[in-house]
Write a new protein. Structure first.
Length: 125
């Protein structure tokens, strides 16, 4: 699905998503990424749902977002709460959605000026 951006040029926006890639400001990414409104698009070194571990969420906590929107792939899959301990301790909100919904939600929250982090899981087949 193509999204039509109405953005500030310096902000990171999801401009398109597909089962094979995410497009951030018209640049395609085929692997999992971490995305905040400002700064670089960061690679998130996880290629499968079964590979997720606490260190992946500790990495997110180090970015110090206000809220995390987790795109779990083509369907909603909830993360084991024990993996989220670092986020919980820092009182960082965490929401799980399928990736298309997570992309739309990230864009809305980013557009509202929220310090949101999109964690998008792109599973490698």
């Amino acid at each position: 699905m193509k999204l039509q951006p109405d953005q500030l040029p310096s902000q990171n926006m999801v401009t398109r998503y597909d089962s094979e890639f995410l497009e951030i400001n018209a640049q395609r990414y085929k692997n999992s990424i971490l995305l905040m409104p400002d700064g670089p698009v960061l690679p998130w070194l996880v290629s499968s749902w079964t590979d997720l571990n606490r260190s992946h969420f500790t990495e997110i906590a180090h970015q110090k977002p206000e809220l995390v929107i987790f795109g779990s792939g083509s369907k909603i899959r909830f993360v084991e709460p024990s993996l989220l301990q670092d986020l919980i301790q820092l009182r960082i909100g965490f929401e799980t959605m399928d990736t298309p919904a997570a992309c739309r939600t990230y864009n809305i929250l980013m557009g509202e000026g929220r310090l949101v982090l999109g964690a998008f899981l792109m599973e490698q087949n």
